[in-house]
Design a protein around this ligand. Structure first.
Ligand code: BES
Ligand code: ZN
Ligand code: ZN
Length: 511
């Protein structure tokens, strides 16, 4: 979808549809909506008076203009009540208008910047939200359809119409940021939605190399031989059961000074999680096995964040690391009871081969430490337990550094991606004490997300670190318990890419 900016009066604007808005409870619309009301001979006021139009959040009322104004249709999106108004509501109503227009097969749409006028939201913030919501809603995953008409139609152009010529540059800049952010989210969604047979570790690593070249990142890929040579025994333990060789991807963005230590991200990249010898059931408590193609969402998130760093030219040094492998049963697969040695030298007793994410992350984190990062952030679809604790609408945050956790939580709030913190009290470490090695990879059912976090903490060497367990919100299966904002199509949501991009954009100004 193309987004353009124009100066003009929305009430006199020509397009297939123009989009204005209404707060719930307003009887006499003002601003742009008031102008459209006047130009249509009081159509909006009449609809409010008759009770047909209420301005409820995500209501999208469409009416034909019958030539009273140049636009063919008017769409009025409901903003809800004034005291519940948030920036994320701007994203959602913008997405709502796009979804409605797409369903009707409209080629284009012209909109005002919701929230910037009567809503009182800063113009940059509001524009970013309008553009981001529209773009995120326009996402389609049609790579595997041979008949394009089987795909839902997508809008071609969104025109942002402002009455103020002096605002055009500001709006265009904000649209540019939204475009870069959405491109990163789209890349993550594409990778996560892709079937496992088309995203083997080698294929994903190659895609990453191509992306790095395109946007100006440094990319290094270690193969199965190098992975063993550097001593990533925990990663190799998971990888050796698969016929597909693993890959270890290292992405670097150097936007900061030479001496600045990098902000390091490590993403879990299991391109399919069968559970290994501790095989998963066909239909687990949290979903069918095929969904485990999304078990590389942590890695996809890290790739997307690095991509956004380059496209936004952030003045920071950022490191992105992703161990990529399948988790398969087979003649060469690791077995319950096996003991592996990590790159940092610690040993792990593998009591359940389905707790593989923490094994590959132990080495991913260990490798990241060699770059002496300022802080470490790992991202992983790590535990079903995180889903039991918080559901699928919220991701779990835990770690050893208050300030870093705050950064993530604040950013998540800014972008409308729900996050909540879980404790990492020292007492929980009892559950992962091993009889035969330094730690074991399972801590029992109670506090499963936390003991997984505790396990990872073992490998962070006291560096400021947070862990994001994103098992819930990465995937929208359409259920009531799913993350399903108006800008989340079915399948991969792209959470928490926007949170992390926002955190980095705010890095120097946030307290
Ligand atoms: N990839 C799964 C976690 C997962 C489960 C994500 C369901 C999304 C939905 C992970 O590798 C796993 O299997 N974890 C186990 C750990 C257990 C064996 C300690 C789990 O959570 O059941
Ligand atoms: Zn698993
Ligand atoms: Zn997994």
């Amino acid at each position: 979808m193309d987004i353009r900016v124009a100066v003009g009066d929305i009430a006199a604007w020509q397009d297939a549809a123009v989009v204005v808005n209404l707060f719930e409870g307003v009887t006499k619309p003002g601003g742009a909506t008031g102008a459209v009301d006047k130009a249509t001979g009081g159509a909006v006021s009449h609809l409010i008076a008759s009770g047909d139009l209420k301005g409820k959040f995500k209501e999208a009322y469409l009416f034909p203009t019958f030539g009273k104004i140049p636009a063919t249709r008017v769409i009025i999106v409901g903003l809800g009540t004034r005291n519940r108004f948030t920036v994320d509501r701007i994203r959602e109503v913008s997405a709502k208008a796009v979804n409605r227009a797409s369903r009707l097969g409209l080629p284009s749409l012209s909109t005002i910047v919701h929230g910037a006028g009567i809503g009182g939201v800063d113009l940059i913030e509001a524009t970013e939200a309008v553009a981001e919501g529209a773009l995120l809603a326009s996402y389609r995953f049609s790579r595997y359809r041979t008949k394009k008409e089987d795909e839902k139609p997508a809008l071609g152009t969104l025109m942002i119409v402002t009455p103020e010529r002096k605002d055009v540059r500001t709006i265009e800049k904000a649209v540019g940021v939204a475009r870069a952010t959405a491109a990163a989210v789209f890349m993550a969604r594409d990778m996560i939605n892709a079937p496992s047979n088309d995203k083997t570790p080698r294929q994903l690593a190659a895609q990453c190399e191509a992306m790095a070249k395109q946007v100006g990142l440094t990319c290094t890929v270690l193969d199965e031989k190098q992975i063993q040579e550097v001593g990533m025994g925990a990663f190799w333990g998971v990888a050796k059961g698969s016929a597909q060789p693993p890959r270890f991807v290292v992405l670097e963005w150097r936007g900061g000074t030479k001496t600045q230590r990098p902000i390091a991200f490590v993403g879990k990249g299991i391109t399919f999680d069968t559970g290994g010898i501790s095989l998963k059931p066909q239909d687990g408590m949290l979903g069918p096995m095929w969904e485990m193609k999304y078990d590389m969402a942590g890695a996809a998130t890290v790739f997307a964040v690095l991509r956004a760093c380059a496209e936004l030219k952030l003045g920071l040094n950022v490191l992105g690391i992703a161990p990529l492998t399948e988790n398969m049963p087979g003649g060469n697969a690791q077995k319950p009871g096996d003991i592996v040695r990590t790159i940092g030298g610690k040993t792990i007793e593998v009591l359940n081969t389905d707790a593989e994410g923490r094994l590959v992350l132990a080495d991913g984190i260990g490798y990241a430490l060699r770059h002496e990062p300022e802080v470490l952030i790992d991202v992983a679809t790590l535990t079903g337990s995180a889903v039991y604790a918080l559901g699928k609408k919220t991701f779990a945050v835990m770690g050893t550094d208050r300030k870093l956790a705050r950064r993530v939580l604040n950013a998540s709030e800014s972008v409308g991606e729900r996050a909540w913190e879980l404790p990492l009290f020292e007492e929980y470490a009892d559950q992962i004490k091993s009889d035969f090695a330094d730690v074991k990879n399972v801590g029992g059912r109670p506090a499963g997300a936390i003991t997984a976090g505790k396990f990872l903490e073992t490998f962070t060497d006291g560096r400021p670190w947070v862990h994001l367990d994103i098992a819930g919100p990465v995937w929208n299966d359409g259920g009531a318990d799913s993350p399903k904002k108006e800008y989340h199509p079915k399948g991969a949501t792209g959470v928490p890419v926007r949170t992390l991009v926002r955190m980095l954009r705010d890095w120097k100004t946030a307290a």
